[in-house]
Design a protein around this ligand. Structure first.
Ligand SMILES: C[S@@+](CC[C@H](N)C(=O)[O-])C[C@H]1O[C@@H](n2cnc3c(N)ncnc32)[C@H](O)[C@@H]1O
Length: 191
């Protein structure tokens, strides 16, 4: 359900938020071929494997490119170079330090008026809490695996966005997800 919901959001958010010619940064494009119709896309990921997979899916798509991240926010991407940063189905893989670095860097790479979209499994939702308790039971007295979903709350994600400098931050609840969107206001609007 999580992935399916993410695909719904990528359609609605990017279609509403981006226009032809705008620059859209999506966290990995391997599972997102439907976003190729709007804006100019940059898919970014830490995993070479995922980027290769994305390259295969995007073969023949003119307005898409890929960027290799190195676990240090959005390093290598230019300041004020994107209109949309779309990060879905990813924060569950990052610890709090890396989430913060990602949001802070998203503020840097977004142009004035640019928008960010973040989502994660909502610990405060009934479904998210049930998923959390499943992990508690599953990994009782056992070594944790290299990847295990890490949860968020609206307060956590809104704190990163507000502290990064976004003046307009909103939380949306679509269980099991919490979604945070924010806009980097233009210099004139933020005065
Ligand atoms: C579940 S996949 C989702 C990919 C894409 N957002 C989607 O929904 O199709 C999570 C992605 O996060 C990437 N990832 C994990 N840790 C990361 C990190 N520290 N920095 C950047 N990406 C990371 C993984 O390589 C993986 O491609």
């Amino acid at each position: 359900m999580y992935a399916v919901e993410g695909k719904t959001y990528v359609r609605t958010f990017t279609q509403i938020a981006s226009q032809p010619g705008q620059q859209v940064l999506v966290h990995n494009l391997a599972d997102r071929p439907n976003v190729s119709c709007i804006g100019d896309l940059t898919g970014a990921d830490i995993s070479s494997n995922m980027l290769e997979h994305a390259a295969q899916r995007l073969r023949g798509v003119a307005n898409a490119q890929l960027h290799h991240l190195h676990g240090d926010g959005l390093s290598g991407l230019g300041d004020n170079s994107f209109d949309v940063v779309y990060c879905t189905n990813t924060l569950a893989h990052l610890d709090e330090l890396d989430r913060w670095r990602y949001v802070l860097d998203a503020f840097r790479v977004l142009r004035s008026g640019g928008r960010i979209f973040l989502d994660n499994i909502d610990l405060a939702s009934d479904q998210g809490w049930a998923m959390f308790l499943n992990l508690v039971a599953k990994y009782h007295n056992t070594e944790l695996p290299p990847y295990m979903a890490r949860f968020s709350t609206a307060t956590e994600l809104m704190t990163y966005a507000t502290r990064a400098g976004f003046p307009q931050v909103q939380a949306h609840h679509k269980a099991p997800l919490v979604i945070v969107t924010a806009v980097k206001l233009s210099a004139a609007a933020s005065c």
